[in-house]
Design a protein around this ligand. Structure first.
Ligand code: NAG
Ligand code: NAG
Ligand code: NAG
Ligand code: NAG
Length: 350
């Protein structure tokens, strides 16, 4: 009598496991989300010290304002420090041999003194705007990297306020958004988003909303960065309908395995906010000395690739009407189904 539901639940269980463990390289994710426009950032064929690195970035990486905004002297192109330590499951190497190295000064914190920041604008040939984008890149940290309390890592940003949605400058739906990554204590990873916050979002147990206009931490510790080797991160951002319905989403894949997925997001309430490009932002902090490393240290970046589309998310919001059911409670419901399925299976077959 249970055989039909047991079979159905078994299928659900099998699909759930597959979805969780599936190895998803960026190209296949891009195809899955119909992100047909792609580009990558070029790297120089030789190493470049700071001044030349700055000229190279200015000429080749489409910098907003035509310059590196914070601490250009902390950037250089160097030889791959981890040539025998690729990201697990990855076959890519350093395209032209060089990688972008960032120096974080000892005792320094916040973007004005630590690491570096710039905004690389991505353009379409036909002038259309990006409303969905997959960004993938590789990052490595010195083997003895002191993670301290945390720091920023590159992500995406967009909107007419090109300096906003960073440094405590809040997102309000019409100005901008940003979705960077952060490392936290012991290398724990998260998506750190400047998006309008809502009570349903902040109630979600995977989400930490900050006060005073700072960013929202999504699923801290859902993956961890490993120092002394390459790590691949792949970030999917699909903006919500410009009408403001809560159907936007973010997903993060760590070494090509899904680490976090947050849906029912509102990034914007107007089509003036779209996805502008790469927000290269990395520094220790936080905004006080408790975030600073006691030694000078480094991170390294390579293989920035982008897959975009002018289509925004086509998901159906589960929270717009009721705001009661978040995607996470749907996932919990799903786990309950899996548990029930397992019990039914056990009863049926063992
Ligand atoms: C939503 O978008 C995905 C990815 O482009 C596509 O495969 C799917 O068919 C779309 N669904 C609907 C209902 O349009
Ligand atoms: C390698 O360098 C050449 C010449 O500067 C450039 O055209 C090309 O885009 C670079 N390739 C990569 C993968 O960075
Ligand atoms: C994209 O367009 C902006 C604004 O016109 C420009 O500053 C930037 O250099 C362009 N980016 C690239 C990669 O060409
Ligand atoms: C959103 O922020 C921008 C920039 O700070 C400001 O000009 C605008 O008036 C704000 N809009 C709302 C609805 O608060």
């Amino acid at each position: 009598m249970f055989s039909t539901p047991a079979v159905a639940l078994y299928a659900l269980l099998a699909n759930g496991l597959l979805a969780t463990c599936q190895f998803s390289p960026a190209e296949s994710l891009a195809a899955q989300f119909s992100l047909t426009t792609s580009t990558s950032l070029p790297f120089p064929t030789q190493t470049l010290s700071t001044n030349d690195a700055q000229s190279y970035l200015t000429s080749n990486w489409g910098l907003s304002k035509g310059r590196v905004q914070n601490n250009p002297d902390d950037l250089a192109f160097i030889a791959d420090p981890f040539p025998t330590k690729p990201a697990p499951g990855s076959t890519t190497s350093s395209g032209n041999g060089s990688v972008l190295a960032v120096t974080y000064a000892a005792d320094a914190f916040a973007s004005t003194n630590s690491g570096s920041q710039f905004y690389s604008l991505l353009n379409t040939t036909d002038g259309s705007k990006f409303n969905s984008m997959l960004l993938t890149y590789e990052v490595a940290f010195d083997a003895d990297f002191p993670f301290v309390k945390g720091g920023k890592l590159p992500g995406l940003r967009g909107g007419p306020q090109i300096d906003g949605c960073s440094g405590g400058d809040a997102a309000n739906g019409t100005n901008c958004f940003s979705t960077r990554l952060m490392w936290r204590k012991s290398g724990q990873g998260e998506v750190y988003a400047y998006i309008p916050s809502s009570s349903s979002l902040c109630k979600d147990s995977n989400v930490l909303c900050n006060q005073d206009g700072f960013g929202t931490s999504i699923d801290r510790g859902s993956f961890s960065f490993v120092p002394g080797q390459w790590n691949r991160v792949t970030l999917l951002v699909q903006l919500n309908d410009a009408s403001g319905s809560a159907n936007g989403q973010v997903q993060l894949y760590y070494n090509n395995v899904l680490a976090l997925k947050q849906q029912d997001l509102v990034y914007r309430t107007t089509s003036d906010v779209d996805i502008g490009g790469l927000y290269f932002s990395t520094f220790f902090g936080g905004d006080d000395s408790s975030w600073a490393p006691s030694q000078t240290t480094h991170s390294y970046f390579r293989n920035f690739q982008f897959y975009g589309s002018s289509a925004s998310s086509n998901l159906t919001s589960t929270s717009a009407a009721t705001s009661a059911i978040s995607s996470i409670s749907m996932e919990r419901l799903f786990s309950v189904f899996i548990a029930v399925g397992a019990v039914l299976l056990a009863g049926e077959f063992f």
